[in-house]
Structures are given as structure tokens and as C-alpha cells.
Design a protein around this ligand. Sequence first.
Ligand SMILES: *[C@@H]1O[C@H](CO)[C@@H](O)[C@H](O)[C@H]1NC(C)=O
Ligand SMILES: *[C@@H]1O[C@H](CO)[C@@H](O)[C@H](O)[C@H]1NC(C)=O
Ligand SMILES: *[C@@H]1O[C@H](CO)[C@@H](O)[C@H](O)[C@H]1NC(C)=O
Ligand SMILES: *[C@@H]1O[C@H](CO)[C@@H](O)[C@H](O)[C@H]1NC(C)=O
Ligand SMILES: *[C@@H]1O[C@H](CO)[C@@H](O)[C@H](O)[C@H]1NC(C)=O
Ligand SMILES: *[C@@H]1O[C@H](CO)[C@@H](O)[C@H](O)[C@H]1NC(C)=O
Ligand SMILES: *[C@@H]1O[C@H](CO)[C@@H](O)[C@H](O)[C@H]1NC(C)=O
Length: 362
Amino acid sequence: MELQKLIFPFFTLFSLLITEHQLVQGSSHHHHHHHRRHHHQLNGFRPTKLFVFGDSYADTGNNKKSEANSWKIPYGITFPGKPAGRFSDGRVLTDFIAKFLGMKSPIPYQWRKYGGKKLRNGMNFAYGGTGVFKTLSLDPNMTIQIDFFQKLINDSTIYNKTDLQTSLALVALSGNDYNAYYANGGTAQGLQNFITLVVNQLELNLKRIKGLGVKKVAVTALQPLGCLPRSTIHSSFQQCNSTENTAVAFHNLLLQQAVAKLNNESNDSAIVIVDLYSSFTTVLQNQGNQTESSTFERPLKACCMGTSTDHYCGDEDEKGEKMYTVCNDPKSAFFWDLVHPTQAGWRAVYLALQANLEQILN
Ligand SMILES: *[C@@H]1O[C@H](CO)[C@@H](O)[C@H](O)[C@H]1NC(C)=O
Ligand SMILES: *[C@@H]1O[C@H](CO)[C@@H](O)[C@H](O)[C@H]1NC(C)=O
Ligand SMILES: *[C@@H]1O[C@H](CO)[C@@H](O)[C@H](O)[C@H]1NC(C)=O
Ligand SMILES: *[C@@H]1O[C@H](CO)[C@@H](O)[C@H](O)[C@H]1NC(C)=O
Ligand SMILES: *[C@@H]1O[C@H](CO)[C@@H](O)[C@H](O)[C@H]1NC(C)=O
Ligand SMILES: *[C@@H]1O[C@H](CO)[C@@H](O)[C@H](O)[C@H]1NC(C)=O
Ligand SMILES: *[C@@H]1O[C@H](CO)[C@@H](O)[C@H](O)[C@H]1NC(C)=O
């Protein structure tokens, strides 16, 4: 089965009762404010290693070649120039976070044998298609990814406790649990409860990563799922689905509360939320960095799309004929395929995240 197909199922109808007040509380501004008072306690954290957990927004090559379209043309055409397991035409979130830290992108766990000196940058345990629970992917969920990390710390001489004290963990959860929820017959009525279960499990995972001795953890807020091309395709790429984005706002509100709680427990603001909701929204509303010309003509449309609803970017038929089309210039598109940004898209998001990311270094 192809991973690309697995991670695309559509959301079905749901509705959530969230008050205006809760939505405001869930905004990033509140979050920034909350942490400011802690800044002086932590002077100048400069991570030397990056450990990454999560899904396709962070995976740089762990997913299996035989299963995922990320190993097929035209994935990777911009960087590294051929398919290499990234779910984009080029660099993804992990690569930009590594850039921010001034280090090379960490080696995927699957390729650790070939790590050599690169192991000093940390390691990427993220697998495309996965979530905190069992999803439609057979790859390791986040619990198992953290087990891999723990085992590596337990048995090996690669990373010691001192290393972990100068490490950052990036945790990217981008919605595969919700795809699986609907694919397994979940109802709109049950969604609110399921979101709570997802965030509770995420909270346990964050606590565990921190407990292993990692100094700081950056966790992504959920991006506006209703703005992904798989949703906007129903409005000819004109508008985001606000029902879906309301559910996302609830997930993000719970995440913010969980992080506030964890940070209060350990009194060092060790966990920082990387707000993909507001950064995606900023860029999609064409309010990205104008001098960097990171604005996009039709931001809700994908560059690479299947030629029919059964086909996805990278698919070929039995004769090897392409069953997809690619836009002329991936740099001019925000989205690469139905769910993933292009390298240019990630770069624009990265620029919009600058102030947010500074919190990691405090
Ligand atoms: C928005 O998403 C909901 C839930 O997936 C779906 O039921 C609804 O039809 C979508 N609305 C539009 C306008 O596409
Ligand atoms: C993660 O996957 C393992 C192995 O399939 C499973 O035993 C475990 O229950 C999963 N964890 C969660 C939180 O679902
Ligand atoms: C790592 O070591 C700890 C303590 O010795 C043990 O409890 C844990 O099960 C080990 N975990 C793994 C994944 O090896
Ligand atoms: C931990 O490993 C680093 C190299 O990554 C080394 O410089 C340091 O001395 C080690 N510290 C301890 C306490 O073993
Ligand atoms: C933080 O923790 C203290 C006790 O350790 C508690 O009294 C306080 O209410 C907590 N604050 C928040 C915002 O949870
Ligand atoms: C919180 O800070 C106080 C004072 O700096 C310290 O004594 C205490 O151990 C810290 N608590 C935790 C859970 O780190
Ligand atoms: C836009 O990008 C330029 C060049 O990278 C940078 O100097 C400037 O601060 C950015 N502006 C904003 C508003 O982020």
C-alpha cells in the first residue's frame, strides 16, 4: 500500500462547540506572553544536537522506499535533486529548524549505520504517515519512535547525558491520527473526545522525551487542516474549510494547556510550541515576508496532483506512465501535493516563525 494514499482520507462532517474565549486563549499571542517571564532564568541555550519525532512534516527519509511516494519522482526534484524520502520537492520543517540552529539536518534513524560524523547533529526518528496512535501507516508510532531513542541512549556510546543537556527535540504531529479516526468509522460527535485523547497522549510523549534528559522540546501546533489542498479542492482551491479549522483550533487549545501545565511543573519553560497554525495562515493570506517574495499566487492549490481522484503525486500506471501533473515552477507554489508544503512553502513558514523560534534559544 502506498503511504501517500494512506495519509489522504478526507475528514467527514463534524462540529465542535468552542467558545470565542477559548479560541482567543488558544492563540499564539497568549502563548508568547505566558513564557516571557521565564526568559531570564535560561540564558542563551544553543543546542548542538537535534532529535526529531513525528510524521511526514518532519521525516527526512525513514519511510520505506517500497511504500511511500516520497521515494518516487518528482519528490525531491528541488532538493536533493532526486527522490530521497522527503514529502516535498525539497527541504521540510526539520531541515529549516536545523538551519535555524546552525547545524546540518540530522540523519534519519533508518540510515544511522551510515551516519559517521553526521551522528553528532542528532537523529531523526520521524516516520511519514504516523501519529501518536495507530494510524493507517504500519510505520512506528511516536511511542515506538521514542523507544528507539531511549534504546539508543541506553545501549550506545553515541549520546551521553551531557549531550542531551545541549539537545533540542522537535516533535511534529500533523493530523494522521484524525485521518485514521475517520477511516475507522469515527463520528463527528466523537471527535471532540478523540482530540482530547490525542493531545493527552502527545502530552505523555512530551513528558517522556523531557524525562530522558533532553533540555528543550519544540512541538508543533496543528496546521490549518482545512486549508490543505485535499480540502480546498472542493472549492476549486478558493477557500479553507472552517469546520475543519475549528477542530484544529480545539486541538491547539488543548495542546497549549498541556504545555503550560508541563512547563509549570518543571519551572524552566522547556517546551515551546512551534505555531504552524498562525505561520501557515500568515503565509496563505499572502502576508508572508514581501522582501523575501514568499507570497504565492494561488496558495491553496497543489503543485503536483494526480490526474484523477484515485491518483496522487508520484503515481505511475502499470506501463510506467505518469498519473500526475507537476506545475512549471515549484517555487511559485506553497503546497507541493495535497497535504505537504513545497520547499518554498516551508521556507516562507520558517520566515514567519522567526520570533516564535527565538523562544527556543532563551
Ligand atoms: C468541510 O469539512 C467538513 C468535514 O470534513 C465536510 O463535511 C464539509 O463538507 C466541508 N465543507 C466544504 C464546503 O467543503
Ligand atoms: C504504538 O505502537 C505499538 C506497536 O504497534 C503499540 O503496542 C502501542 O499501543 C502504540 N501506542 C499507542 C499510544 O497507541
Ligand atoms: C532503558 O533503560 C531503562 C533503565 O535502565 C529501562 O527501564 C528501559 O526499559 C530501557 N529502555 C529501552 C527502550 O531500552
Ligand atoms: C559526552 O560525549 C561528548 C561527545 O559527544 C564528549 O565530548 C563528552 O566528554 C562526553 N561526556 C561524558 C560525561 O562522557
Ligand atoms: C503552577 O504550579 C503551582 C504548584 O506547583 C500551582 O499552585 C499553580 O496553580 C500552577 N499554575 C498554573 C498556571 O497551572
Ligand atoms: C523549581 O525551581 C526551584 C527553585 O529554583 C527548585 O528548587 C526546584 O527543584 C525546581 N523544580 C523542578 C521540578 O525542577
Ligand atoms: C524579511 O526577510 C528579510 C531578509 O531575510 C529580513 O531581513 C526581514 O527582517 C524580514 N522581515 C520580516 C517582517 O520578517
